[in-house]
Design a protein around this ligand. Structure first.
Ligand SMILES: [Fe+2]
Ligand SMILES: [Fe+2]
Length: 316
């Protein structure tokens, strides 16, 4: 339940324009089928999997396809956890008027529409995960808990004396919903990828484009609702929330390499070669660009201390 920042006067948004005016016709849950058919083509875009380009993987086509398939399964499992354990608890609070900002009826009902969308996404990616596991002989236990979930838990534990866990979760979801990832943008249009994979991820991407509009509108209101000491604290966390969502999950890739038969030392060595720190920061900064612009427009960087933290995290 969100019971934060009682000091702040509610902000009613009378000028709200719903991005969901055509939700009945456009959303997956209201208008589209479960995608069916065999996986014919690649399971994932190779361009989005730096590990797949490493010579130890690229030189063996079975290994290469298995890495791509695990990357797909990890994306699907990431999605289920994000929707069920992060986005929907926040949407539930927004829909029930328990957020620290005041929302009108249409805004609350739109949060409920997102909740329904996310429930649908979790269902279709779960069903598809089972198909992917069977088609490529994968073992779901290799995937483990996604990095973002581990990082968010630690951020909350480290800061809960100064910021409410629910407020941190609300900001994480608001940010992650505006970070429409390269996976959602690119996979549906990659002709190398199996049509069913492109369709499943395309269905998700179409809904997320509208969620992004909703949360992009919410962010400045949320930011302005914070007391200045909360802005100071939350501002320090924003770059960590961006990295949690966009940074590479090395633990996942390490597990995949071990599953493929590489020993611990070789697996670490491969990952050292795949992930060059400067290049990672550049990729994250690029992916975060629209969200960084949203922060700027909301006035986040008016505080020089916050701007400095973003620079420390290589996001400036
Ligand atoms: Fe979703
Ligand atoms: Fe979403």
């Amino acid at each position: 339940m969100m019971t934060v920042n009682k000091l702040v006067a509610p902000i009613v948004q009378e000028t709200y324009q719903s991005p969901f005016s055509r939700w009945n016709e456009s959303s997956w849950i209201r208008s589209k089928p479960f995608r069916e058919g065999d996986i014919e083509g690649l399971p994932f875009s190779p361009d989005l999997v730096p590990l797949a380009a490493h010579p130890a993987i690229a030189s063996d086509s079975t290994r290469w396809v298995t890495v791509l398939a695990y990357r797909l399964l990890a994306h699907l499992q990431f999605t289920t956890l994000l929707e069920l354990s992060h986005v929907n608890p926040v949407c539930s609070s927004l829909a029930q008027g328990r957020a620290p900002i005041s929302l009108n009826t249409l805004q609350r009902n739109d949060a409920l529409r997102i909740y329904c969308d996310e429930g649908g996404h979790a269902l279709f990616v779960e069903l598809f995960s089972t198909q992917v596991e069977a088609a490529f002989g994968l073992n779901r236990s290799v995937i483990g808990r996604p990095q973002f979930d581990r990082i968010i838990e630690k951020i909350i534990a480290d800061h809960q004396t100064r910021l409410s866990p629910n407020l941190i979760k609300l900001f994480f979801v608001t940010i992650s919903e505006t970070l429409v990832t390269k996976i959602l943008n690119n996979v549906p249009h990659d002709p190398q990828v199996a049509p069913i994979v492109r369709a499943v991820i395309g269905d998700h991407a179409a809904d997320e484009a509208l969620h992004s509009v909703y949360f992009r509108g919410l962010f400045p209101v949320l930011w302005q609702s914070l007391a200045s000491y909360e802005q100071e604290e939350m501002g320090q966390l924003l770059p960590q929330l961006v990295w949690a969502f966009l940074g590479p999950d090395r633990q996942l890739e390490y597990s995949i390499l071990r599953r493929l038969g590489f020993n611990a030392k070789d697996s670490e060595g491969i990952l050292e070669e795949v992930y060059v720190p400067d290049q990672i920061a550049q990729v994250v900064r690029q992916a975060a660009n629209p969200t960084l612009k949203m922060f700027a427009a909301a006035g986040v960087f008016e505080n020089p201390a916050i701007e400095r933290v973003f620079a420390d995290y290589e996001l400036m």
